[in-house]
Design a protein around this ligand. Structure first.
Ligand SMILES: Cc1cc2nc3c(=O)[nH]c(=O)nc-3n(C[C@H](O)[C@H](O)[C@H](O)COP(=O)(O)OP(=O)(O)OC[C@H]3O[C@@H](n4cnc5c(N)ncnc54)[C@H](O)[C@@H]3O)c2cc1C
Ligand code: FES
Length: 480
């Protein structure tokens, strides 16, 4: 499954690391966050090197829908209520500034990346009160927003919150330009970090400062991000022959809520999401297609893809010092569904921290914060899910065996007296893996939409052969 971005742009290849190195700043991870952080620091005159396990942009960034927006679902009303007006204002201003920063970079370098300024809409088909409250909250924080019932969607809405001055673009076309002046080593996976020493498969790097921009941080202790973040997957279809909209749309209803934007003459419809590791039944792409074909029966799917987001306890990213014990480590993670502006906020904030400058947004994004009122419910849910994932591994013995598993299906079966994860392809070939997650030992679940083994605890994923797809796990699964 290839996204429309990967299909239409190629990011220039970079060499692999071939020697031990010393640098002022090492950035681990070459997604949108890592590249912007490296760029900002290099502009400050720092010697910066990016280490990327695979290819630049090949993580979640190549599978985004790339809306550059400060309208992050119903966030502002909640932020004012749970964290107070001052922190809510910091969040709003940081994201507004991030939109402007994209525009400035694209203008400065004349980057041909399909950048387009558009309004974005949050909509509901059932109720308008929460949208009206969101508009009032956004206006209070200085954002240009208004409530409306008029949209270009092909169904009536109860209301919509329209945010002005938002944008969309092609993320890989943008990244390809941004990496031109940077030092980047691709296919260079960082295995471990101790103090100032970064260790890859074959080499050691000494860095005065280290930035973790790996989507989910892979060092468990210190930081303990695994105790305060889970991942959620969502799905996208690109449709030919659908419609051209006047803006970007995001549904806020609990059921049957979808996001829409155009890329050239294609309509991208997204969502159908779930917590990673909780898609036993499948049908996520089908659900998107059923929705799309209701309104655009003559349309055709030209691409489909999926990705996942790191969800924090209070819905605010963790951007800043990695932990109180590691003054020279920094982290940019927990972007929720809003990694484009959050990556830019990370670049602005972390470059200020490393340059020892005051930053007005430091407090709200601080990874060391804890807002009890905003986090309490999620602390309980995440803790419960993690405990359940681990206990299940220890207690439950499956009844099925390999012979009973139908063709083109995967599942957990009894094999040689033990539990095993098995995928049987259409030809009857069998692939057996150990479904104990190498991160912290939770039980993996089969994802029939993507033929992958997914972890409900913190969201690591593996293909049916056991190869690692998404972190925080660092290793492949044990196989037969
Ligand atoms: C379906 C979907 C649609 C979305 N749409 C939007 C949107 O419209 N607007 C928006 O703002 N956000 C959106 N997002 C969120 C956004 O795409 C992500 O938050 C963002 O791309 C994350 O960027 P990143 O750099 O943090 O992570 P990534 O792009 O995943 O980059 C992390 C990089 O780190 C590398 N890495 C990991 N471990 C190591 C290691 N040990 N050594 C070296 N390298 C390593 C990986 O290979 C990867 O390239 C969407 C997300 C999804 C799921
Ligand atoms: S991702 Fe943490 S245990 Fe699987």
């Amino acid at each position: 499954m290839e996204s429309i971005w990967s299909k239409t742009a190629e990011v220039t290849a970079m060499p692999s690391l071939a020697d031990n190195l010393e640098t002022e700043v090492a950035v681990i991870g070459g997604g949108m966050a890592g590249i912007l952080i490296a760029y900002f620091l290099q502009q400050e005159g720092k010697k910066v090197i990016v280490f990327e396990a695979s290819r630049v942009g090949s993580g979640q960034t190549k599978n985004t829908t790339a809306k550059i927006s400060s309208s992050h679902n119903l966030i502002y009303h909640k932020l004012i209520r749970d964290c107070g007006i001052e922190k809510a204002r910091q969040y709003a201003l940081a994201n507004q500034k991030a939109i402007k920063a994209y525009q400035n970079l694209i203008d400065k370098y004349q980057i041909p990346c399909h950048f387009q300024e558009l309004p974005s809409y949050l909509y509901s088909v059932t109720r308008s009160d929460s949208l009206e409250a969101e508009v009032k909250a956004a206006q209070k924080l200085g954002i240009h927003a208004e409530f409306t019932t008029q949209t270009e969607l092909p169904f009536p809405v109860a209301g919509a919150a329209k945010f002005y001055g938002q944008a969309q673009f092609h993320p890989l076309e943008f990244l390809d330009k941004m990496i031109k002046e940077l030092t980047i080593y691709e296919n260079t996976k960082v295995k471990s970090v101790e103090g100032q020493e970064i260790v890859t498969d074959s080499y050691v790097i000494h860095a005065e400062q280290i930035v973790f921009a790996t989507h989910y941080p892979f060092i468990n202790v210190p930081g303990y991000y695994f105790m305060r973040m889970h991942q959620e997957r969502s799905y996208v279809l690109a449709l030919e022959n659908a419609v051209q909209l006047d803006g970007m749309y995001l549904g806020i209803d609990k059921e049957n809520s979808f996001s829409y934007r155009n890329y050239e003459d294609l309509l991208l419809i997204g969502d159908s999401g779930h917590r990673t590791g909780e898609n036993k039944v499948g049908g996520c792409y089908q659900k998107l297609w059923e929705e799309a074909s209701k309104y655009w029966p003559g349309s055709r799917v030209s691409a489909s893809w999926s990705a996942q987001d790191c969800m924090t306890l209070d819905g605010i990213p963790y951007i800043g010092q990695y932990s109180s014990q590691t003054p020279d480590w920094y982290v940019a993670t927990g972007f929720g569904k809003w990694g484009m502006t959050s990556s830019m906020v990370s670049a602005m904030l972390i470059s200020d921290l490393i340059m020892k400058r005051e930053n007005p947004f430091m407090e709200v994004f601080s990874p060391q914060r804890f807002h009890l009122s905003a986090s309490a419910k999620n602390v309980v849910t995440d803790g419960y899910k993690a405990a359940k994932g681990i206990l299940y591994e220890n207690l439950k013995i499956p009844k099925e065996n390999i012979e009973e598993l139908p063709l083109s299906h995967g599942g957990i079966v009894e094999y040689e007296g033990k539990k095993a994860g098995v995928y049987k392809n259409a030809e009857g070939e069998v692939f057996i893996v150990d479904t104990r997650c190498p991160h912290l030992g939770c039980q993996l679940e089969w994802n029939p939409d993507e033929l992958s083994w997914d972890c409900p605890c913190h969201g690591s994923r593996f293909d049916y052969k056991g190869n690692l797809i998404d972190n925080p796990a660092q290793e492949n699964l044990n196989t037969e």
